[in-house]
Design a protein around this ligand. Structure first.
Ligand SMILES: C[S@@+](CC[C@H](N)C(=O)[O-])C[C@H]1O[C@@H](n2cnc3c(N)ncnc32)[C@H](O)[C@@H]1O
Length: 214
């Protein structure tokens, strides 16, 4: 039986505990302004994984206006630090405002710049990395991401199906989307073949991967 994605989303919402009011408001505002933020299914997944893993040092690639960053702050303790990277000035400005308003204990560190460059300059270890930046660069980022992950660290990647495009043959997608199609497939193959990772693809939402460093 085919699962209708929109119905699944509505169903998940109906059976969700819900999120604090300020996060619901931020999500709504972001959607109204066409800012891409994680879908409900990914929000639920992230919350669950945060409660399970209890990470102390999180790295996020792709802040947008800080919605997922604040969600991660909401479901981690006061001793968890979150570093997040964004390069698009209007979103950085909005994210900063949101962090001033809602990151009360100052646990979020926003790094402004190109994620590829920033990743190369980092040398901390992160026990959870949330990769939600430019979809065509995931494979290019992987070596640095692996360097930043200690054993047991978790990598979560969002939107790996790219609205279903990745499931189609290269010839079935628009010509302008073929590079990203090839790169995302390369990324998924690398996750599969990477000996230091155990990975799983989840088909919920727009697709996600979970990888643990072994
Ligand atoms: C899907 S959005 C992130 C959504 C956010 N994680 C959330 O759910 O609230 C991806 C973000 O990555 C940013 N981005 C794209 N290319 C980038 C790059 N090279 N370096 C840093 N950020 C980048 C985009 O500007 C965009 O805001």
């Amino acid at each position: 039986m085919e699962i209708d994605e929109e119905r699944a989303e509505v169903f998940i919402r109906a059976h969700s505990k819900g999120f604090p009011e300020y996060l619901e408001v931020l999500e709504k505002e972001a959607r109204q302004q066409d800012v891409p933020v994680i879908r409900k299914g990914t929000q639920e997944l992230l919350r669950f994984l945060l409660c399970l893993k209890r990470p102390k040092n999180i790295l996020e690639i792709g802040t947008a206006v800080g919605f997922s960053t604040l969600l991660m702050a909401e479901y981690t303790g006061a001793d968890t630090k979150i570093t997040t990277i964004e390069n698009y000035a209007p979103r950085i400005e909005k994210a900063k405002k949101n962090f001033v308003a809602y990151d009360k204990d100052g646990r979020i560190n926003l790094i402004e710049g190109d994620a590829g460059e920033v990743l190369k300059s980092l040398d901390d270890k992160y026990d959870l990395i949330f990769l939600d930046g430019p979809k065509g660069q995931y494979e290019a980022y992987l070596d640095d991401i692996l360097r930043l992950m200690p054993e047991g660290a978790l990598l979560i990647t969002d939107n790996i199906f790219k609205e279903g495009d990745i499931l189609e043959s290269r010839y079935a997608v628009e010509r302008r989307d073929r590079t990203i199609h090839a790169r995302m497939r390369d990324f998924l193959l690398r996750l599969r073949d990477e000996e230091s990772l155990e990975s799983v693809i989840l088909s919920s939402g727009d697709g996600a991967t979970l990888s643990v460093k072994i």
